[in-house]
Write a protein that binds this ligand. Sequence first.
Ligand code: 2BA
Length: 108
Amino acid sequence: MKLVFAIVHDEDSNILMDKLTEKSFGVTKLASTGGFLKSGNTTMIIGVKKELVDEVIDIIRSTCKTRKEMATPTPMLAEGAGFMAMPVEITVGGATIFVVDVEKYMKV
Ligand code: 2BA
């Protein structure tokens, strides 16, 4: 058993949940916040048999798009005194995925 954590864009989250549940994967959706942009994103938790992890990742890959977003560096990140922070373009997503082993899985 594996646990897949997928951090995705809010706009992709509902369609991703629909596609996963259509294929009978169990999924839990959590509201989360990215540390860098300090804006909302969505974390999906999917418990799945080891041999089905790649199928889950394929669904995530085909659903979650990369996006360009603007971010303004904080003064701590800026170099030099009197720095005027200018927004910079960054690429976010499609998805940041972690796959971890599950020691025990039960429903009681
Ligand atoms: P955020 O932390 O808000 O990061 C949003 C995007 O900002 C990142 O997209 C990346 O393009 C950029 N970024 C992040 N840290 C940066 C830095 N120190 N300097 C310059 N640009 C930076 P993604 O890499 O696609 O990450 C999307 C979201 O996935 C992140 O939102 C965070 O919530 C999560 N994430 C990414 N890597 C993670 C990790 N190693 N552990 C936990 N969560 C992670």
